[in-house]
Design a protein around this ligand. Sequence first.
Ligand SMILES: [Mg+2]
Length: 451
Amino acid sequence: MSSRTIIHVDLDAFYCSVEEKRDPSLRGKAFAVGGSAEGRGVVASCSYQARAHGVRSAMSAATALRLCPPLIMLPVRMAAYREASHQVMDILRGYTELLEQISVDEAFLDVTALIGKFEPGAREDAARDLALDIQLRIQEELGLSCSVGVASNKMVAKIATDFGKAAMRGGNTPHALCLVPPGEEESFLAPLSVTALWGVGPKMAERLNTLRIGTIGQLAQWPERDLVRRFGKHGHELAQHARGIDKREIVTERESKSISSETTFARDVQDWEQLRETLVEQAESVARQLNGQGLSGTTIKVKVRWTDFSITSRQLTLTQATTHLAVIVEVAVGLLATLWASEAEAPIRLLGVGIGGLSPARQLGLFDDPVSENSAGEELVVDESAHDGPAHEEPAHQESSGAESASMPSAAESARREERQAQLRDAIQLLEARFGAQVVRVGSRLPPCED
Ligand SMILES: [Mg+2]
């Protein structure tokens, strides 16, 4: 059987639903979970009554309160949401082990094998019944509502969920179910905005708009060769996605686990030194967690949230897993330098670094030679990928650091800025020289490692 069946599950106003379970008096009220109105708080989740007033997640708490003055703001209780999330994922894992959790309240399930047991003519109904059963069990056992998308691949399943949710209006919980039958992916996507596609963030949407490409259907009709000419490798991906093609497999927990550290700045930051220092602190935290859990990782990722809340990230995969702080710092700083330069050093709202591809760290054996191990160093290969995407991740809130106030640039300041830019260019050249090659050795150049 060639066609897959993928189910995407997304809890409806997840944090708020957990709060409603704890305090049923919140039911039917406009409330939100997130930071305070005084600080740089952001709405992490809002009830559908609040949405009816125009409140949205990722909006600043101050704006939300302006749009909806009676809005009740509740603090984020991440531990409670994680607990509920585990319960949801346990239910989903009861259907299949082929589960990919993509955030605290979203997951993909590959149910191809389950659906394959039915006659071809009965598979669409079987998939729908399965999706309904998932919704029912999560509702009955946990008292939580979810929306579900069903399609032949991950991208279309997720878009189906979003489409189903958007179609439900009027301040009610969506509890949507949207199924796209195999073969109808392209026609389902055609009328939707290109921004619904993975990899089309606000910047890419703008570039497509200048070509008068607004809908996915228009993108699908555009010659692929021209997209590749304009956008490189990404152009091929755009053409595939616009036709509803997405071959990505489910990535199960073992493969996808990562350790990360993020910081939301009290004020947007445009100062390289401050960004670099923050990144080093975050890398220290990541290395501590890695070593504390006896793990090593292969993929180092840097993530930036801009003032418009869009997210850009870059990652690089090493050929050999590392636990070393110095490696994480060097790669992360390099990735940030190129990422920031490519965005014209725009102000940064949130910065984060993470490491994935985790596996148990190899202990140095009694007879291993630590010197030769060191001099062999880590071999790095190029697998650097940039990703622009809508901000659908859970907001960071655990740490924050201050920033100095802005002032008129003096001559000294401009000189410093020029010097900094020169340093940045050097850093980028260094990085390109290092990671532009197929295999790069960095171990011998690194300062002593912290373990
Ligand atoms: Mg959700």
